[in-house]
Structure formats: C-alpha cells, structure tokens
Design a protein around this ligand. Structure first.
Ligand code: GRF
Length: 222
C-alpha cells in the first residue's frame, strides 16, 4: 500500500491512552499554543474510565473507547482498533500511556507510524514498573525514551532520551514526577520535529536532519 506523505505543515495524530493522559495534555497544549502544528483527530482509550478521555472532551477532541475486554482475542481488539484508526487517516499514532501490547499484524499495517514513550533509558528496563525496578537496583540514573514501535516490545529504534540522576532518598513518586516533567517537554518536541520534516521515519529507521540517526538524541543537548 502506498502511503500519502505526511503534510509537514499540519500533522494529523491519533493518540492512544489508557489512563491519566498527562502526556496527551502536553500535546494538546502544544497544538493549542501553536508551538506544534498538528491536529489531534482522535483520542482512543482501551479503558472506559481513563481520565485522558475527559481531557479530550474538554478540548473538544473526538474520543472513543475500545474496551479490550469486549473482545475474545487480542487479534480482534487490534482489528477493531485498526478499523477505527483508519477512519481518521492519521499521519502518526501516538502511544501515550497506552497499556496494551499491539500485535505484529497491527504494527506492520501501521509501519513507520507508531511512536511510544517509555519511562526508562531503553534498552534498559523494558516492560512495566520501571521506577520500582530502578530503585531496587540502586541505579544512579533513570530517564525517558521515545521510540518507534516495531513488533519487538519496547525495542524499536530510539529517537530521543532524557535522563535524570537518582538520589538515595528518592521515592517512586519522585521518579514518576521527574520522568513526567521530561516527558511533557519531549513528546511535543518530537512531534514538532516531525511536523517540520526535521525528523523523518522511513523503513523502520529514523532520519534526523537528513542523516540516519545512529544514536538516540540526548534531550539535554537540544
Ligand atoms: C508515562 O509515564 C509513560 O512513559 C508511560 O505511561 C505513563 C503515562 O502517563 N508509557 P500519562 O497517562 O500520560 O499521564
């Protein structure tokens, strides 16, 4: 299938959430301030009670629930999700605290289009409970990664990482707060780069300022 090239002046996005949606909020704020030239065509949640749905409603953004519990298989859920997303024809799917694992057929059908934000310095700490595990392992540094989604869980090419030091006295809540502060600056920035054409995604790899990206961008250096 040939894909229409993204309109770099105004990206269309579908944001997938499962919960609070503070990252969604940061993207909404960036579009409303004009910093990010993008339109959120829809917010889709697999959780009916996700607060992010309320955020979408407040900002008059189309929102939908596709509850994974109403499907007999992961594949059937993915297919329903895919059907819904296709109707919006988005340039990118933005996973922002979306807590379902997407099957490889879904990912292949949306190749080069799916971004995820993960609360660790990938490839370290893939999966869940990253803050807890980082504390248990007495790590001195932690962070956030934004990556392209490929069929390998939390394993796609990393676009950007933001890092912060950990003190011995830091609690789970401290790490969560610091991570979120970074996330809320990083996600809108990455989307802004996509809208400007500064960042491109081609054939499962990242091109930044016309060069293949060999190492993740360090957020503190931009
Ligand atoms: C974020 O910490 C993100 O890294 C992870 O899920 C959390 C979502 O937070 N994938 P929110 O719903 O955007 O507030």
């Amino acid at each position: 299938m040939t894909r229409k090239p993204p309109d770099h002046r105004n990206l269309s996005l579908v944001v997938l959430i499962s919960g609070n949606g503070s990252n969604l909020q940061s993207i909404i704020d960036a579009t409303e301030s004009g910093r990010l030239k993008a339109r959120i065509c829809a917010v889709i949640s697999n959780e009916p009670d996700a607060y992010g749905l309320k955020r979408a409603e407040i900002h008059e953004i189309e929102n939908q629930v596709i509850d994974h519990r109403s499907f007999t298989s992961r594949k059937a859920f993915d297919q329903a999700l895919h059907r819904s997303i296709r109707s919006f024809e988005p340039d990118y799917l933005v996973l922002a605290g979306f807590m379902r694992i997407l099957g490889s057929a879904f990912i292949q059908a949306n190749v080069d289009k799916i971004l995820n934000i993960h609360p660790s310095l990938l490839p370290a700490y893939k999966g869940l409970d990253t803050h807890q595990r980082v504390i248990e392992n007495n790590e001195t540094e932690h962070g956030v990664s934004i990556h392209l989604v490929t069929p390998e869980l939390d394993g796609g090419p990393i676009i950007i990482q933001g890092r912060y030091p950990i003190d011995a006295s830091d609690t789970l809540a401290d790490l969560k707060r610091r991570g979120h502060q970074l996330e809320h600056r990083m996600y809108p920035l990455v989307l802004q780069w996509l809208s400007e054409g500064k960042l491109q995604i081609r054939d499962n790899s990242i091109v930044f300022e016309q060069h293949p990206l060999r190492e993740p961008i360090e957020f503190e250096n931009v």
